[in-house]
Design a protein around this ligand. Structure first.
Ligand code: NAD
Length: 273
């Protein structure tokens, strides 16, 4: 439960991709409530992005929030989003590559273009955003009065970075790949004090998985996979992201935080397997 806002991210600027919906929206709100300036990246539904930017900007704790359109799978658009952010706020301190989607097929029927599309958004999008963020962290240099780290990257992964997912091989492959992208960044840029971590959400109630929670029957079935017996809220992920972005987690680097109600704890074995 999110309670008192604090100012642990004051003076910092965060880019959150896919921030006009679901988890990205909750992450943007949590970072804003801790005092950060926030870029609400979106690709569709500009009204939702502008509304969130307005709401955060009107909040007395939050810095300023602006909405920027960019397709994270397109190099020129990601570069332009970072340029606009730096022109407006001066720098970037926190990058949350969160945008993601599913295109579900049995593997033997999966068209190459649907495999590629999911890789382009879920994986290449995270590479392009991380690369641009690291370039800016290195250009700007340390600001010890603002943060103990040069910059923070928080990849939005999934429990499917470890749980195989039949019928979703393209999606699961991108989340599996994010582990090594994140760990390689932590290893390569740790000496310059960049922190890279992932959040692996379990089942979180958002539009991406609506059919898994929109009826009581679906929700009951979903709960069989969750030892903690409730679906996750976007704010559960927002809280983890705000902590990972703050100096409170300064020694956490190169790891995945699972926020999943124990979904990864083999619930099938709860009653002796
Ligand atoms: P969502 O559909 O509500 O949000 C996804 C966002 O990404 C949307 O704003 C969408 O417009 C945006 N997006 C899609 N393609 C884009 C592109 N090319 N460029 C920019 N933005 C783009 O779903 P969500 O559940 O909030 O998902 C957010 C992230 O969390 C995804 O990476 C997803 O894989 C991950 N995740 C979600 C769950 C869950 O249960 N909801 C579980 C594990 C991981």
């Amino acid at each position: 439960m999110y309670q008192k806002p604090n100012e642990r991210l004051a003076g910092q600027t965060a880019i959150v991709t896919g921030a006009n919906s679901g988890i990205g929206e909750a992450v943007a709100m949590a970072l804003g409530k801790d005092g950060a300036n926030v870029v609400i990246n979106y690709i569709s539904n500009p009204e939702a992005a502008e509304e969130l930017a307005q709401k955060l900007s009107n909040d007395s704790i939050c810095g300023e929030a602006i909405a920027i359109k960019a397709d994270v799978s397109k190099e020129d658009q990601v570069e332009h989003m970072f340029k606009q952010t730096i022109d407006h706020f001066g720098t970037v301190d926190i990058c949350v590559p969160n945008a993601g989607l599913q295109r579900d097929y049995a593997l033997h029927e999966m068209p190459l273009k649907e495999w590629q599309f999911v890789l382009d958004v879920n994986l290449t999008g995270q590479f392009l955003c991380s690369r641009a963020a690291i370039q800016e962290f290195l250009r700007r240099g340390m600001r010890p009065e603002i943060s103990a780290a040069l910059g923070k990257i928080i990849h939005m992964s999934s429990v499917h970075e470890v749980i195989p997912w039949a019928g979703h091989a393209n999606y699961a492959a991108t989340k599996g790949a994010i582990i090594m992208l994140m760990k390689s960044i932590a290893q390569e840029y740790g000496p310059q004090k960049v922190r890279a971590n992932s959040i692996a959400p379990g089942a979180i109630q958002t539009p991406i998985n609506r059919e898994a929670w929109e009826t009581p029957e679906a929700l009951n079935k979903l709960n069989e996979l969750i030892p903690y017996k409730r679906i996750g809220k976007p704010s559960d992920i927002g809280a983890a992201a705000a902590w990972l972005a703050s100096d409170e987690s300064d020694y956490v680097n190169g790891t995945t935080i699972f926020v999943d109600g124990a979904m990864t704890c083999y619930p099938g074995f709860t009653t002796n397997g």
